[in-house]
Design a protein around this ligand. Structure first.
Ligand code: FES
Length: 372
């Protein structure tokens, strides 16, 4: 029987054949020529073809992606890096996989919300179409359900932070082992709820799934006190929260409030958090930016004190290395040659020449020079 590309038998057969054909393909590799036939069969890089796009809400879209040969599957809750070509530049963003690993067609989905000022997320939501090929990384992240089933999970999510929870819920349902599960999800309005219809159907179909949707903008001026997370609200919506294992994903404000609350209750160990935005400190009103010089690229640009150096470099037409854009992966690290920069998460100023700078979470704090 002939082995199909993508199966383990197919891979070992392919690797034996390509070990020989690589000799003739030098200085390239066989994979570079195979890419001309089918980009998903390449082995020198991993790509995915967009096979379906689906609008979840007016500003959130799900892409169904068919990954190439090197794909290794994911665990529910993990994320991956996706390369997005825009206007001749190549950008990388990190998105959580929203589909369960149990999907049978070897595809997976990412669900992207167009965020204010986010030109790449807007491009994905508006312009990516079926048939496009996107470079992808392998799944990463520690935010997933343990193999031993959590006894009583509570998901607390907001906005597009629902995506890892959705992957976990779909996975538990696919495995027919959904335990007693509580879910509190925050969205501005009812029509902003990503996966809204599916969530309601799940709540109807599975009595063990208890869904609470909180529409924060329904409270008008009082939304801060009434709509957003509070200890009283948690007690009301999920009275047994102290007995649950909590999985939370959402904006920094919500996660910070949860961390405080669970610490005070002595339950920090039971709170598992996935951050999809870096948490930035307030930049003092009198902080100033400066001239940023990128030595290797021989460019100098003016930058303010709030814009990340990564963004400053991209706006200057450069294509610096980057991954998560939230201070986790260190792909964007470079050396500070002179001057000072500020870590936007902590407010700390780095001014020692030779310091390692994460460009995605640092901004100019005066004139500075980087080894980029
Ligand atoms: S891009 Fe990941 S740490 Fe900067």
């Amino acid at each position: 029987m002939q082995a199909e590309p993508g199966t383990s038998g197919g891979r070992s057969l392919l690797s034996r054949i390509t070990a020989i054909t690589d000799l003739f393909a030098y200085p390239l590799r066989t994979s570079h020529y195979v890419e001309l036939v089918n980009p998903l069969w390449t082995t020198h890089k991993l790509q995915a073809r967009v096979v379906e796009v689906w609008d979840e809400t007016k500003d959130a879209r799900t892409l169904t992606l068919k990954p190439g040969l090197n794909w290794r599957g994911h665990r529910a809750g993990q994320h991956l890096r996706v390369g997005i070509p825009v206007g001749g530049m190549h950008y990388t963003r990190t998105y959580t996989i929203s589909s369960p690993p149990e999907r049978e067609d070897d595809c997976f989905t990412i669900t992207v919300k167009a965020i204010a000022g986010g030109r790449i997320s807007h491009h994905i939501v508006r312009n990516i179409k079926v048939g496009d090929y996107l470079p992808i990384g392998l799944p990463q992240g520690e935010f997933y359900l343990p193999d031993a089933q959590p006894v009583l999970p509570l998901f607390i999510t907001a906005g597009s932070g629902i995506t890892p929870a959705m992957s976990m819920l779909r996975s538990l349902i696919a495995q027919e082992r959904l335990p007693d599960t509580a879910h509190i999800h925050y969205a501005p309005h009812e029509f902003d709820v990503i996966f809204g219809q599916e969530l309601r159907e799940m709540a109807r179909k599975f009595p063990r799934y208890h869904l609470n949707l909180v529409f924060t903008h329904e409270y008008g001026e009082q939304k801060q006190t009434k709509g957003y997370f509070s200890a009283e609200q948690l007690d009301r919506l999920c009275p047994d929260w102290r007995e649950r294992e909590v999985y939370a994903c959402g904006p920094p404000g919500l996660l910070a409030a949860l961390e405080r609350h669970f610490e005070q209750a002595g339950r920090s160990r039971h709170l598992h958090i996935e951050r999809f935005l870096a948490s930035f400190a307030e930049v003092p009103a009198d902080a100033v930016g400066g001239t940023v010089r990128f030595r290797r690229s021989q460019r100098s640009v003016q930058a303010d004190s709030k814009t990340s150096l990564l963004r400053v470099a991209e706006d200057a037409g450069m294509n610096p290395p980057h991954g998560c854009r939230m201070g986790i992966c260190h792909t964007c690290n470079t050396t500070l040659l002179s001057g000072c920069v500020r870590d936007l998460r902590t407010g700390k100023v780095l001014n020692e020449a030779g310091s390692m700078v994460q460009t995605c979470i640092c901004a100019a704090a005066g004139d500075c020079e980087l080894d980029l």
